[in-house]
Design a protein around this ligand. Sequence first.
Ligand SMILES: [Zn+2]
Length: 100
Amino acid sequence: MTRSRKTPERTCIGCSRTADKRGFVRIVRTTDGHVEIDPTGKANGRGAYVCARVECFDAAAARKRFDPALRVRLRTDDIDRLRRELEELLALTQTSPQGR
Ligand SMILES: [Zn+2]
């Protein structure tokens, strides 16, 4: 039973699934207080993770999991904006896995 430390696990704040971070999308509260989708996973700030599925984003939003995870108070229009950004990101990764 050896566990590699090179594959850090992340927990989805929507469905609480734990897995390798590659299956997740990071949402970050940047140092200047904006909350954004972080496609690189490397932006500075406090991050939270959801599975790369809109369903988990919606679940997290419905349960208000973003606020404690990011220590922020998201407004409804912030959530709408993030959801659109997530949908765009997922559409990109599904149609062109190599990126363009
Ligand atoms: Zn999930």
